[in-house]
Write a protein that binds this ligand. Structure first.
Ligand SMILES: [Zn+2]
Length: 343
């Protein structure tokens, strides 16, 4: 029947537009599918690929503590560690599911006592490149401004602790007094020592001098002697070995105490298990080993909260004896620290 009709020219004339309509419908449907596909492709959210602001808050009695991240960097554990075998390094990292190069945190700690804003260490500034130098941005994200900082305490004057006090040749903290142990200042600011130190430390001397220069010029770089009390509830505790005047700070309020220990630990996976493992940057490896053991024992015995410059951000936790070494117990995350207080 159809065949007969299609042979009829009149029927074919009628059928042609209908075929065109069908064709157009298919084409429209195909375009629709294509449009939907393109829409779907565009609807997928682009990846963000950046981390959240690097700050973490806790209370220490009535003192507010804010851990601030300066950045993380590729830490060449295999070439920097000394007094530990490569096999032990690989073994320790494997236990903690880490592989080379390990991302090493650079942490600083901001203390608001209610009457003073005190920053312990300042990150690397521009001295470590793009990875780091984020302290000022994270300090602002944490609700503070650099000009509010009254006092900067340096654990030591290596680049990743002192670099952040300088911003384009000026004081990054324009109203702050900057303090470090006199032993530390005298060592790094004496050009004679640069000539006798290992060549790889040369740039550290230049960096230290340049970083503190704006504060020295205005009389606001003020070294202290011994285990001085530097603010109510804040005192220095000599912790030499990593550098000649390396200093920890003990912060006490209410019934709580925090030990901000600087570079007592560079790589938690390795040096907590074996406190005798050192780094090539240690001024005196033997003294650094003794100091590490003393600080770990003190923090464990007194149940101090530790603020660690190079343990994974926020670098806040406790240490507990474990075999011949220690283990790290990170502070439990608290979304509302002001309500719950210190632990
Ligand atoms: Zn350091």
């Amino acid at each position: 029947m159809d065949t007969i009709e299609l042979h009829d020219p009149a029927v074919r004339r009628l059928a042609r537009p209908r075929a065109l309509v069908t064709c157009a419908a298919y084409l429209a449907r195909a375009l629709c599918f294509l449009f939907m596909f393109v829409q779907c492709a565009h609807a997928a959210a682009p990846q963000v690929r950046t981390q959240g602001p690097g700050f973490y808050r806790m209370m220490l009695g009535s003192y507010e503590i804010t851990a601030i991240l300066d950045g993380t960097h590729d830490f060449p554990v295999d070439t920097v560690m000394t007094n530990v075998t490569r096999a032990q390094i690989d073994h320790d990292l494997a236990i903690d599911d880490l592989s080379l190069p390990v991302q090493g945190s650079i942490n600083a700690f901001l203390i608001n006592t209610g009457s003073q804003l005190i920053l312990i260490d300042t990150g690397a500034g521009v001295l470590y490149g793009d990875c780091c130098g984020r302290l000022l941005a994270n300090l602002r994200a944490a609700g503070y401004r650099p000009e509010q900082v009254d006092l900067v305490l340096l654990t030591h004057m290596h680049k990743d602790h002192v670099g952040g006090i300088n911003l384009d040749g000026k004081a990054a903290f324009p109203n702050a007094i900057v303090r470090a142990s006199r032993l530390e200042a005298d060592y790094w600011l004496d050009a004679h020592n640069k000539n006798t130190a290992p060549p790889f430390l040369s740039s550290f001397f230049d960096a230290a001098a340049q970083s503190v220069a704006p504060y020295v010029a205005t009389g606001r770089f003020q070294p202290f002697d011994g285990d001085a009390v530097l603010a109510p509830g804040v005192r220095a505790l000599a912790a030499p070995g990593h550098t000649p005047g390396h200093t920890a700070y003990v912060v006490h309020n209410g019934s709580q105490t925090m030990l901000v220990w600087g570079d007592i630990i560079h790589v938690a996976s390795i040096q907590l298990r074996d406190p005798d493992a050192t780094v090539e940057y240690d001024s005196n490896a033997y003294v650094a080993q003794q100091t590490r053991r003393d600080m770990l024992a003190l923090a464990a015995r007194q149940h101090y909260v530790v603020g660690a410059a190079h343990i994974a951000f926020p670098g806040l936790g406790h240490v507990s004896p474990d075999g011949n070494g220690y283990r790290w117990i990170p502070l439990n995350y608290d979304a509302d620290p002001a309500k719950h207080g210190a632990r």
